[in-house]
Design a protein around this ligand. Structure first.
Ligand code: SF4
Length: 348
């Protein structure tokens, strides 16, 4: 459905319960029509928390010397992939900070092994890597790549995500390169960054459709105390009538509007949303446009170290118990787990 940025902004500002109920209903109806009732399950493996960047919003930033760093071994990653298979999931997501210690050939071998030994689709989320590395991993069998652009406001992006010396960070250009390499490509934004206006967030949502993204994951900004933004040293908030709040409600509006403009895309109910709404965050997301859940399969002792923001909802979950409980919840909702890799469905 085409929505002009002005119409998107109108919805972002909408607070009447009756109107919002209509938005949730529209998104839910379109989700059912475009991607069915199935919920695509992804096994998330946070393979390294090293990062060379200094993002002002993320606890993994290079300057955070308080954070012990880890990089998973090949065997640990393959064990986690096998756990995804045992749970019946169709995809494993290998996520890390922008870690130059993840050697390209080594990872290509891990990807090729997963593809040879399991029926899993492989999604990568490893930050801004060179075109050569991205092409190598694609040839090794990687199916998808997630790269959130966080905000399309160039000035705000530069303030929260400094470029590295001698390189200009251009995530929109990189998304197009990923599409050219044949990856199913995912993006997304942070919701409620200080300095983010309603008009800017509306532009971001319109851009999801313009980029024809296959996956979109957006979550409310949750400050981390050991970051620039968490210390209040980042961009200043706008006046209240212009500043987007970083609330769960705003997260659900963005999710529902994303479903309206990208009907066939795979949309996760993100961990940031379930962190802000621990009681029914997941179920609510699934009723407001989401069709994907990522279950954390990172070894439990490493999970507290992948601290992009504090109190992440999945840190202490036992995967077996969580999956057993979630499975029951999905069946009770009439939203059965999807079968197979669960890639983007294109309209026929
Ligand atoms: S957001 Fe990504 S690139 Fe930025 S510091 Fe965190 S892990 Fe690194």
């Amino acid at each position: 459905m085409h929505l002009a940025p002005q119409a998107i902004e109108h919805w972002l500002r909408e607070d009447s319960p009756g109107s919002l109920a209509r938005l949730w209903e529209k998104a839910d109806r379109l989700r059912r029509k475009a991607v069915s009732d199935a919920v695509q399950m992804r096994g998330l493996v946070e393979i390294s928390n090293f990062c060379r960047r200094g993002c002002g919003y993320c606890g993994l930033h290079v300057g955070n010397t308080l954070l012990p760093r880890y990089r998973m071994s090949r065997g640990e990653i393959l064990d986690a992939a096998n756990q995804a298979v045992a749970f019946g999931f169709g995809t494993v997501v290998l996520q890390a900070g922008e870690d130059s210690g993840i050697e390209a050939d080594w990872l290509a071998d891990v990807i090729a092994t997963i593809k040879a030994d399991t029926p899993l689709a492989v999604t990568l989320s490893l930050g801004e890597r060179t075109e050569k590395e991205l092409a190598l991993w694609r040839r090794a069998g990687a199916d998808r790549y997630l790269l959130r652009f966080e905000t399309s406001d160039e000035k705000l992006f530069a303030a929260i995500h400094p470029s590295l010396p001698g390189e200009r960070s251009d995530r929109l250009a990189l998304l197009r390169k990923l599409q050219g390499l044949g990856y199913e490509t995912g993006g997304g934004v942070l919701i409620g960054l200080p300095g983010q206006s309603y008009a800017s967030l509306a532009q971001d949502i319109a851009l999801f459709a313009e980029l024809d993204l296959d996956m979109v994951g957006s979550g409310p900004f949750i400050p981390h105390p050991d970051t620039l933004l968490g210390r209040g040293q980042g961009p200043a908030p706008l006046p209240a009538e212009e500043q987007v709040p970083n609330t769960a409600l705003m997260g659900y509006k963005v999710l529902a509007l994303t479903r309206l403009v990208c009907p066939e895309a795979n949309l996760p109910c993100t961990t940031a949303l379930t962190t802000l709404n621990t009681d029914h965050g997941l179920e609510t997301g699934l009723q407001r446009g989401a069709n994907v859940i990522m279950l954390n399969l990172t070894p439990q002792q490493l999970r507290p170290l992948y601290q992009i923001y504090p109190d992440k909802s999945c840190v202490s979950e036992d995967p077996e118990q969580t999956w057993a409980h979630l499975h029951q919840t999905l069946l009770a909702m009439g939203r059965p787990p999807g079968i197979g890799p669960g890639g983007r469905k294109h309209p026929t």
